[in-house]
Write a protein that binds this ligand. Structure first.
Ligand SMILES: [Fe+2]
Length: 130
């Protein structure tokens, strides 16, 4: 278990992010929580989930899901986007809601950042900046 790892409960769908890693096992609804592994590759035929780093029309740095914007309907949407610095000392988190665009403006230069996002139907995905 490492700082910023994500775990979820398969029964109630609770999801937690590790702030400080201890040695113990995470338990929810009476059973161990499962570590969520982000996916990095996807089927070219399906909608895009990998977060990408781009400049928007105002020349600001942002993260988008994905190369073609992911749907944001009640039934199928991106729940959050999060970036993590390479040394895992800095994070930026944006929760999203149906009807919004699946984007997050970055507070800092997109240098050696990992971006991850959660789709309510298709799980956790990640992409890296240059
Ligand atoms: Fe999806």
């Amino acid at each position: 278990m490492e700082r910023l790892d994500l775990y979820k409960c398969d029964i109630c769908q609770n999801m937690v992010e590790i702030m400080i890693a201890g040695g113990g096992e995470l338990v929810c609804c009476g059973q161990p929580m499962q570590k969520i592994e982000a996916k990095e590759y996807e089927d070219a035929m399906l909608e895009k989930h990998i977060p990408v780093f781009v400049k928007n029309q105002n020349n600001e740095d942002e993260v988008r899901v994905g190369e073609v914007l992911h749907p944001m309907t009640d039934e199928h949407h991106i729940v959050f986007i999060e970036t993590i610095s390479e040394d895992r000392n800095k994070v930026q988190l944006q929760y999203l809601h149906p009807g919004e665009e699946p984007k997050m403006l970055l507070n800092e230069k997109p240098y050696k950042l990992l971006a991850r996002e959660l789709c309510n139907l298709h799980g956790l995905w990640e992409g890296k900046s240059d």
